[in-house]
Write a protein of this length. Structure first.
Length: 278
């Protein structure tokens, strides 16, 4: 089923890559097994790519460019588009904005933000989605989510801030081992110079208000210094560019941050909870 589903849903770039790779392989007189040996993949993986049963991974595209590209950068140029085709429909328009952003500020109320997820945590989340997804689709989405993390090491450096509800840290996803690794991962990323991480405590509402009670949000500043707000819920998304509305979200986000724990306190809580996952 997964193979048939992928052949139907494969995007135009994945189709182009498959067709071109097959033609260039045949021109060289190579079998799928021989091409696989050249690029470090099995012949079955090459066959899956050519038949669209499994679109080329980012690493396969890198190797195809090296072996078949002939200096034309065709497979290199396809990497971004192939990656975008793997994303859920509601995220495709926002994904390139996220990757080029100079500032990202995110507030999450239910689960760890995708940029900060470990592979095991992401697989547990995506694999448990409803309606159920095929195993191959789960793998594609997990891979695409992991590839988003390139923004952390991108040049020029992006400034990234994340505020997590304390309930996110306490909500069990996957297994105790998965949660412990996820919390440790958050702690490691919190120590990066371009990352700021806050935790909004469970008792923040005791002060008489809870600035984050309307749900999560992502604030983004583009390379042109335009400011946008991205909202996503129940597989639907909304991108807001109206300056007045963006200003309101920005002020609300600032209030949420003011109610959150300090970065030092937040890191301490994350490390404490990681130690409890035994």
């Amino acid at each position: 089923m997964a193979r048939a589903e992928n052949k139907v849903t494969a995007g135009p770039t994945a189709q182009m890559v498959a067709n071109l790779a097959r033609k260039l392989r045949v021109r060289k007189g190579w079998t799928q097994e021989q091409l696989g040996n050249e690029i470090g993949f099995s012949g079955a993986a090459v066959s899956a790519m050519e038949t669209l049963a499994q679109p080329a991974s980012d690493q396969m595209l890198v190797e195809l460019e090296r072996v078949l590209g002939d200096g034309m950068a065709i497979f290199e140029d396809a990497r971004t588009s192939v990656r975008l085709e793997k994303y859920p429909e509601q995220f495709k328009d926002f994904a390139p904005m996220e990757q080029s952003a100079v500032v990202l500020q995110m507030y999450e109320t239910l689960v760890v933000n995708g940029l900060f997820q470990t592979e095991e945590y992401a697989r547990a989340l995506i694999g448990g989605a409803y309606p159920p997804l095929s195993q191959q689709r789960v793998q594609d989405l997990v891979q695409a989510r992991m590839e988003r993390r390139a923004i952390f090491d991108r040049a020029p450096v992006a400034t990234i801030e994340l505020i997590l509800e304390e309930s996110v840290l306490r909500r069990a996803i996957g297994s105790p081992d998965t949660m412990r690794a996820q919390l440790q991962h958050l702690a490691e990323y919190a120590c990066r110079r371009n990352v700021t991480l806050h935790v909004l405590p469970l008792d923040c509402g005791l002060c008489g208000e809870h600035a984050g009670d309307n749900g999560g949000m992502t604030l983004l500043e583009t390379p042109e210094h335009d400011r946008l707000v991205y909202l996503e819920i129940q597989y639907e998304s909304l991108l807001i560019s109206d300056p007045a509305k963006v200003s309101t979200f920005t002020q609300r986000y600032a209030r949420i941050r003011a109610q959150a724990l300090s970065t030092r306190e937040s890191l301490g809580l994350i490390e404490e909870l990681a130690g409890e996952q035994r």
